[in-house]
Design a protein around this ligand. Structure first.
Ligand SMILES: *Cc1c(COP(=O)(O)O)cnc(C)c1O
Length: 822
């Protein structure tokens, strides 16, 4: 849905002035998440810790022209073409705009509030309803005064259903969220102690949360929760209510039976005299409660019981769940170091309990200071001590000054440390045996360090990815370009083998402009993982348009068939102005339109409104080799003619790009509007000179076993490795199934052990290979580098007569990727 600058100024009741109107499609409050600068409206929010006005200059440089501000900006006159919409309160303006936007749509909107489970309920409702309705929902847990307006802004003309969560930490906040969300169906999950500081009583908090539900057509809540029932009664909603109960058959939704199995739960219910049941693939009490809330919503929307049962059975867990890993000395580690309020502690302890009971293990809890409760420390930790005792914890390790001060309240085997560092410095592995250890701490305590220490280090082959080097390389290429030139980071083929999600996340935080993947599914995975920046899909398939659209992925269009098909499919869904990228074949002769096709491309584009050419681009056939320079220049000329033609016949600015990594290094004068950075980002220079590019990926393993063998013996399959001297032969757990090319067998390739090269002996096996370490001082357990700093992929590529790209992308997905920053 589009607005002009002037329309927005009117909605937010700004001081009257003249604006140079732009079409605004995106709202921005965090300058790091900028994607479409020309169409972005930035709200300079002022918080206790930050002032958005500080980022205006930088955003202007990146192409943003529209700003909502609270006061004039120094140097405003120099920012030509910029609009400053001046208001008293930028947050209020953001909320007004979202509220006005919401009112334009007459669709069902579900508002979810409560203390725990909001995000899970929202995500599950999405999984349950999306097959029937084109649904938008809050991204992750965007439930705050800022997150809610941004969530609501996503509603568009095609939206048939919206699900938003609303969270508050102080009185008077919910009124604003209610104004913006205007839910037609309201749901309150439960009320717990989290965020209690701002409220005098728990009733007050409950009443405040219920404000979200005040104008709904129907409200859903737990009819067995006396606090919520009391508050609902007090507020006299006067709308339809679906209170569910496990005890009271007269409630609209009666849960007659809950049967827990090993890893699933069957729930029987009666709704309007009708009996039915369904099964969810979860057993925790919290999941059961969340599923019942979702059931009530599905029933309200008249979804048939068999549909409900079928979809409930397929619910998937929402990220941030607890992970269980193998630990040292037969321990199991449950890592839940994301938050630490009493409710989530109870949930985690339940989870631990079930596991411990099943395995007959001792229960240990490592717990940090608990934040976010309104209770005085003594009552808080008395309560915690009580819960811990009830849940059968046998050993407590408390970390933090406050829990240490209250040590006397705990009546079990216990030890306390003032900080995570002091615990780690005194850590002795022998102190832990056959225990199920729950690690539960506030983020600030960095308990992931503890879980890493307790986890079992396996002999394994890993690909270590240095995220700092990625950032270094990104900045290096950025410094070779004009500041306004945009960068598309190629993360196709699983980020050239390095793993696309972590890289995408890192690059998104660094302010990269675009990502490019090969196929739609790769893009969908990134979106699911929370990547919000624009994503190009280089090889979209006809069958993947739905995925493209639902994850807002921007396809490369290289043929008339594809163009026709996407327009037809987009038309069915009523899309308008969907961004696509036009690929020109300027001489590579792989995919793309040829120069002679341009008039017809222009006709087809101008004849419809479904898609819009956001960029036009072409790809070099030999930009890394000087002997092809003349050809590369011809490619540039052909491309330029095609791009000029397209631009002349378009009302919008179309971005152009042709340079890949080698192009950036060798023809920076043709950087145009954007470049496409691939191999250079991953630490490999495509030309002779290393150009300051840092190594990113290291493929590593460890020595399993060493044998001393006399001359004349043979090693491995086919007896190919004939020993010509008395040798020490080491076996390492990496084979061709991990991506170690079998052509490196029999001394053709080598690896690095303790700084020295060890040749590969005999044939490489599927999972193991043997190396000659006769001249190397080493023992089992020592590290082995397959490629990395000491043995560059370029060298291996040369040995094999291939290119580094193939070496990088051949590392099998079964090889664990480990990411680190220095
Ligand atoms: C892979 C790819 C790139 C990146 O190439 P590098 O040589 O890795 O920089 C650029 N453009 C297109 C179309 C690609 O497929």
């Amino acid at each position: 849905m589009n607005y002009t600058t002037t329309q927005i100024a009117t909605i937010v009741k700004a001081q009257k002035r003249e604006y140079q109107d732009h079409i605004i499609t995106a709202l921005l409050t965090d300058s790091r998440s900028l994607t479409f600068p020309e169409e972005t409206l930035f709200f300079a929010l002022v918080t206790e810790r930050n002032d958005g006005h500080r980022y205006i200059k930088e955003l202007y440089r990146k192409g943003v022209r529209d700003f909502v501000v609270e006061h004039p900006i120094p140097g405003e006159e120099e920012m030509e073409g910029a609009n400053f919409i001046v208001v008293k309160d930028t947050l209020a303006a953001l909320q007004q705009l979202a509220a006005a936007h919401r009112r334009r749509f007459n669709i069902p909107v579900i508002g979810v509030t409560g203390s725990n489970g909001k995000t899970t309920v929202k995500e599950w409702l999405y999984q349950l309803l999306q097959p029937d309705y084109n649904t938008v929902r809050s991204p992750r847990s965007y439930n705050s005064q800022i997150g809610v307006p941004l969530s609501v802004w996503q509603i568009g003309p095609k939206t048939e259903m919206a699900i938003f969560e609303a969270g508050i930490s102080q009185p008077d906040e919910m009124v604003h969220l209610e104004e913006i969300i205007k839910p037609t169906l309201g749901l309150i999950t439960n009320i717990g102690e989290a965020h209690q500081e701002g409220f005098q009583t728990i009733q007050q908090k409950c009443l405040e949360k219920l404000i979200l539900l005040k104008a709904c057509d129907c409200i859903i809540y737990d009819g067995d929760n006396s606090l919520i029932c009391e508050c609902v009664e007090k507020l006299c909603f006067g709308c339809r209510e679906i209170a569910w109960s496990r005890k009271d058959r007269d409630k609209p939704l009666y849960i007659s039976k809950i049967t827990k199995g090993n890893d699933s739960t069957k729930i029987d219910y009666t709704y309007l005299q009708y009996h039915s049941s369904f099964t969810i693939p979860f057993v925790e009490d919290a999941s059961i409660e969340n599923a019942i809330h979702c059931l009530a919503v599905m029933l309200y929307y008249n979804r048939p019981p068999e549909v409900i049962a079928e979809r409930m059975a397929r619910l998937t867990p929402v990220a941030m769940r607890m992970e269980v890993k193998e630990g040292i000395n037969n321990c199991l580690i449950i890592n839940d170091s994301y938050n630490s309020d009493i409710n989530s502690l109870t949930i985690a302890l339940d989870f631990q309990n079930r596991r411990a009971a099943a395995k007959g293990m001792r229960r240990t809890l490592i717990l940090s200071d608990i934040y976010q409760t309104g209770l005085p420390p003594a009552s808080l930790y008395r309560k915690v001590a009580d819960i811990i005792l009830h849940k059968g914890i046998e050993r407590l390790i408390g970390i933090g000054p406050v829990i240490s001060d209250n040590a006397y309240l705990f009546n079990l085997e216990k030890e306390f440390y003032p900080s995570t560092e002091s615990f780690l410095s005194q850590f002795d592995p022998a102190d832990f045996h056959n225990e199920l250890i729950l690690i539960k701490g506030a983020r600030e305590f960095h308990f992931e360090l503890i879980s890493e220490t307790l986890e079992l280090k396996q002999h394994e082959t890993i690909l270590e990815v240095n995220l700092d080097a990625i950032v270094h390389n990104y900045n290096l290429f950025k410094s070779k370009l004009h500041p306004q030139t945009k960068i598309i980071c190629m993360v196709k083929a699983f980020g050239y083998g390095a793993g696309s999600y972590e890289l995408a996340k890192t690059l998104q935080d660094r302010g990269a402009d675009f990502l490019a993947v090969a196929v739609a599914d790769e893009g969908a995975e990134l979106r699911k993982a929370g990547i919000t920046m624009p994503i190009l899909v280089m090889n979209p398939e006809m069958s993947s348009f739905r995925t493209l659209f639902s994850y807002y992925l921007e396809p490369e269009i290289y043929s008339f068939e594809l163009l026709k098909a996407i327009i037809a499919e987009g038309e069915k869904l009523g899309l308008a102005g969907y961004p696509v990228h036009i690929k020109i074949d300027s001489g590579m002769h792989r995919l793309g339109f040829e120069e002679k096709d341009m008039p017809q491309v222009v006709d087809m584009l101008n004849d419809q409104t479904v898609v819009l050419a956001r960029s036009v681009f072409s790809h070099f056939a030999g930009s890394d080799e000087p002997r092809f320079d003349e050809f590369s220049h011809q490619q540039i000329d052909t491309f330029t003619r095609c791009a000029d033609y397209l631009q002349q016949h378009s009302k919008h600015k179309i971005l152009r790009h042709i340079l890949n990594t080698a192009g950036i290094l060798r023809f920076p004068e043709y950087q145009m509007d954007m470049v496409r950075l691939g191999i250079g980002l991953y630490g490999v220079s495509p030309i002779e000179d290393s150009c300051g590019i840092e190594t990113v990926s290291t493929l590593k393993t460890t020595i399993l076993q060493i044998k001393s063998l006399p001359a004349g013996e043979t090693v491995g399959y086919g007896r190919k490795g004939v020993l010509t001297r008395d040798s020490r032969i080491a076996a390492i757990p990496i084979g061709y199934a991990d991506g170690l090319d079998r052509h490196l067998s029999n001394g053709k390739g080598c690896v690095v052990v303790n700084g020295k090269r060890a040749p590969i002996v005999g044939n490489i096996c599927m999972d193991v290979c043997m190396i000659d370490v006769t001249d190397i001082d080493c023992q089992p357990g020592d590290r082995v580098e397959i490629f990395g700093e000491q043995l560059p992929v370029t060298e291996i590529a040369e040995t094999l007569g291939t290119i580094p790209y193939e070496i990088l992308t051949s590392v099998s997905t079964r090889v664990k990727r480990i990411y680190y920053r220095e």
